[in-house]
Ligand binder design. Structure first.
Ligand code: CTP
Length: 428
């Protein structure tokens, strides 16, 4: 990799098989434009979709394809390949390559590099929706994420195979932005930040929690819930769209990191609270995460084994910290506006109002999660906004529309806090 083009960082890009491989060509172009040096490894599957020549032309570097080529080994060993990079990116990451990574196989150059590297690894999966949703793929991903691999995507939408769902490779602009963010070189990002964001929330900082939490039982098992993270992610994006500088603290979800904001991925409630504290001070906090109420008290350091004929293990639970209540507590770092959610199955407005008082937050979006509403995991949400001034039922609408409306209300609050029923406790 040439020295001058490495000024903004060096990426080893592993391209595996899949129709989405064409998108990496545009990604490479964007990275090169931002001053990042890119070197490519192309798997046999990947070579069915893009040619080494295209990758070479765009990356302006040679392309590595064959583990056992003697010339390759003498010029550049597979260990050396990742040693000379700051970040290893796998895009598209096929189900097959993810499985190899999780299993620690090393039967071709890409898998060998991935097993040998000690550099941060970012994977951008792309595959058929059924392959993506298969428990084998999901287990492999969980393993990789636990080992510290970061994930971007896949996106949801129509697929080349004619099906619809999650499985599409993220768009080149988003992939390039995520790579720049991880390189810390922040070529594009730094430029983005240098220009003050426009919009009514420009200059405001926001913190959003999203998704479920996973409470570990032992190194392989955990307690979870069905939250998809869609509502929280949509709120983070809607606030960013109005100009806020957003930190999204997300539990494990299948959603891609939204472009243009900082996403901190955590697993447990304890980690979520720590990440929220680290993001303070902020002007706005929106707690949309479905935080587990309890965690396992004595977490097994080793996998709990079955005792033949013995009793099942008794799990003792301990209460988790209440993140919304903690953020709402009076203090120098209390955000000016704290918004919580209340998942209720009956008397939504009344119970939501009680929860608002109990948690000490300014607003509550009480949502009806009773059977038949399809709120958990679904696309739509029926919420009632509860403020100091009363309850305001909103019509059933998509989670994106709920997020946009909430972001607008938050912007209106900062324009005139007296009109919008929030306490406005911190300095305005
Ligand atoms: N919440 C939180 N930390 C927790 C539990 C909940 O931050 N440990 C937040 C959620 O993000 C949400 C709000 O509190 O904004 C209410 O969550 P909900 O599950 O409805 O309320 P609980 O406090 O768990 O009360 P209950 O389940 O008894 O109704």
């Amino acid at each position: 990799m040439s020295e001058e083009s490495a000024a903004r960082g060096r990426v080893l890009l592993i391209v595996s098989g899949g129709i989405a491989a064409y998108k990496v060509l545009e990604t490479i172009r964007r990275l090169k434009q931002a001053g990042v040096a890119v070197r490519c490894v192309l798997t046999r599957g990947g070579a069915e979709f893009v040619t080494p020549l295209s990758l070479q032309a765009l990356s302006e570097d040679r392309v590595y394809t064959d583990l056992f080529s003697l010339t390759d080994e003498s010029e550049m060993g597979h260990i050396e390949l990742s040693r000379q990079a700051d970040l290893v990116v796998v895009a598209p990451a096929s189900a097959d390559l993810l499985a190899k990574m999780a299993a620690g196989l090393a039967d071709d150059l890409a898998a060998t590099v991935l097993l040998a590297t000690d550099k941060p690894v970012l994977v951008a999966p792309a595959m058929n929706v059924r392959m993506w949703e298969h428990p084998a793929t999901q287990d492999n991903l969980a393993t990789l994420i636990r080992r510290g691999v970061s994930l971007i995507g896949p996106n949801e939408g129509p697929m080349a195979c004619g099906e619809y769902g999650p499985g599409r490779l993220v768009e080149p602009a988003d992939l390039a932005a995520a790579i720049l963010r991880r390189l810390g070189a922040g070529a594009g990002e730094a430029e983005e930040r240098a220009q003050p964001a426009a919009g009514p929330l420009a200059g405001r900082k926001a913190l959003v929690t999203s998704g479920p939490t996973h409470e570990p039982i032992d190194p392989v098992r955990y307690i979870a819930n069905r939250s998809s993270g869609r509502q929280g992610h949509a709120i983070a994006e809607a606030l960013a769209a109005l100009g806020a500088e957003v930190t999204l603290v997300s539990g494990p979800t299948h959603l891609p990191d939204p472009p243009g904001l900082a996403t901190v991925r955590i697993e447990s409630a304890e980690e979520m609270l720590a990440a929220c504290r680290a993001a303070l001070p902020v002007d706005i906090a929106v707690c949309a995460a479905a935080v587990a109420d309890w965690t396992v008290k004595a977490r097994g350091a080793a996998k709990i084994k079955k005792q033949a004929g013995g009793p099942p293990p008794a799990l003792e639970l301990a209460e988790n910290p209440d993140i919304l209540k903690t953020l709402s507590a009076p203090g120098a770092e209390r955000p000016a506006l704290v918004v919580g959610f209340a998942a209720e199955t009956e008397e939504v407005a009344q119970l939501g109002a009680k929860k608002r008082a109990r948690k000490g937050c300014d607003w509550i979006l009480a949502n009806d999660v009773s059977e038949g509403t399809g709120t958990f995991g679904g696309d739509e949400n029926t919420v009632t906004l509860i403020t100091a001034e009363g309850a305001e039922p909103w019509p059933t609408q998509t989670k994106r529309a709920v997020a946009a409306r909430l972001a607008e209300r938050i912007a209106a609050h900062f324009e005139d806090p007296s009109r919008t029923g929030a306490a406005g406790k911190a300095a305005e």
